[in-house]
Design a protein. Structure first.
Lengths: 271, 174
């Protein structure tokens, strides 16, 4: 009896018609099963869709839900899970979270209207995956204050403290300098393999708690054949300097590259 | 056609436990960053989406980005958006309240964040007597302040191809 509307995850290409199988048994948002809406003359362009309760995605309900990090997390993970399953089989263009249509027919209309643009971007992204590269500075934090100053018998306690502080500060400066150097090396290494790069904001909030301060948060678009070397070379670039950590995540579906670089943002465009 | 991602991931034994982007154990901040801020934006049939996702993105940035950055992004963007102020004039009280609440939240967070540093500075100034040392220290403590304003979207910070840059001026490269 609950009214449902259609939640769209991603546009994908289903060249051999096997994509349905990749989705079978996979729970989407609200644990609903995911199906494909097709367009294109051979039906090879698809949008992965699942029904969601209308009441949860209406204006007021959605607003309330979005306040709820648990709700958001479960929707985000389901969204990501479906996109990941698609990306294991084919090229995908992820849609932003909570792209919702009244029914599948409306999804089909959207797909029909944009199929050329979608097909173009899909072929650009074929056999590429996204890799995240984050660089963290793990310098001794300022809050290490209570650490005992190194024994320096010739100094008064006050001077010993100051000299300790200075050393600490220099360590931080060194770490940032090292991070810069590593960022350069990482970039050089990545450039040999990647075809595109997007710089994300460094993660600094509550959810991003990890050792160190995130100073670089980039995404690279890497041809599948280069993925291993990309990862190895990037990690190797980080070797030898302490106090700086490089983290590589992926492979991701090409979230950061779904919209072609040349086109104007489509945000706020009429449906 | 493509080799399945799972198999590619399988080549990295060190990551087997957490296959980065694809696994259910992927870092929530990484996932939220992508599913909310990246991907194709199409207005669906529920028009509220754009507004809510914008608000959500801002809230998310309070979580995964620094508060200052959220503010630099233009936390009050909806006040200047005609399509949204018309919504507001429909008597959307809750939006105004939401707005107010967000502002209060930001204020609170802003006060919270520098507090630790100020405390540190006081300590620093009291004991550290090398002229401008305290200020220099402050810069180190909050390196993001010396960076240019963050870009609003991934698109704007996209480089045609990876290009050289240094940390301090990295946003100027595209």
């Amino acid at each position: 009896m609950t009214e449902t509307i259609s939640y769209a995850y991603a546009v994908a290409r289903d060249d051999d018609g096997t994509l349905d199988r990749a989705l079978s048994g996979l729970p989407g948002v609200a644990d609903a099963s995911v199906h494909l809406v097709r367009a294109g003359h051979r039906g090879e362009l698809v949008v992965a869709v699942s029904p969601v309760p209308e009441q949860d995605f209406q204006e007021s309900a959605l607003r309330a839900h979005l306040e709820d990090l648990d709700w958001l997390e479960s929707v985000a993970r389901a969204h990501h899970r479906v996109i990941g399953a698609l990306a294991e089989r084919t090229t995908v263009l992820p849609l932003r979270l909570a792209t919702v249509y009244l029914d599948d027919e409306r999804v089909r209309q959207m797909l029909d209207a944009r199929q050329e643009a979608f097909a173009g971007r899909l072929s650009d992204l074929t056999a590429h995956t996204e890799w995240g590269v984050k660089i963290y500075v793990e310098a001794p934090a300022a809050t290490d204050r209570p650490a005992a100053p190194p024994a320096a018998p010739e100094l008064s306690p006050g001077r010993a403290y100051l000299s300790h502080r200075r050393a600490q500060r220099h360590a931080r400066e060194d770490a940032y300098r090292d991070a810069e150097e590593i960022a350069r090396r990482v970039e050089d290494a990545a450039r040999h393999h990647a075809v595109d790069r997007v710089q994300h904001r460094p993660q600094q909030g509550e959810l991003a708690r990890g050792p160190g301060e995130n100073v670089i948060n980039d995404a690279y678009l890497v041809p599948v054949g280069h993925a291993e070397r990309f990862r190895a070379d990037v990690l190797r670039a980080a070797e030898g300097l302490s106090g700086v950590r490089v983290e590589v995540t992926g492979p991701w579906a090409p979230y950061s590259f779904a919209t072609p670089p040349e086109t104007e943002p489509t945000r706020r465009a009429a449906p | 056609m493509n080799e399945p991602l799972a198999r590619r991931t399988g080549d990295y034994p060190s990551r087997a436990a957490a296959p980065g982007g694809q696994g259910s154990s992927a870092n929530l901040a990484d996932i939220l960053e992508r599913v909310l801020d990246k991907g194709i934006v199409i207005a669906g049939d529920i028009q509220i989406n754009l507004l809510d996702i914008e608000l959500l993105t801002i809230k998310l940035r309070l979580l995964v980005a620094s508060v200052d950055k959220a503010k630099e992004m233009g936390i009050d963007w909806w006040e200047h958006d005609p399509s949204l102020s018309s919504r507001a004039s429909e008597g959307s009280h809750s939006l105004a309240e939401e707005n107010k609440r967000l502002r209060a939240e930001i204020e609170a967070l802003r006060e919270e964040l520098p507090a630790a540093d100020e405390e540190e500075d006081a300590y620093e100034e009291a004991e550290y007597v090398e002229g401008e040392g305290g200020e220099e220290y402050e810069d180190e403590a909050e390196p993001e302040e010396s960076r240019p304003a963050p870009r609003r979207t991934a698109r704007t910070s996209r480089a045609g191809r990876p290009a050289p840059r240094s940390r301090g001026r990295r946003r100027d490269t595209s």
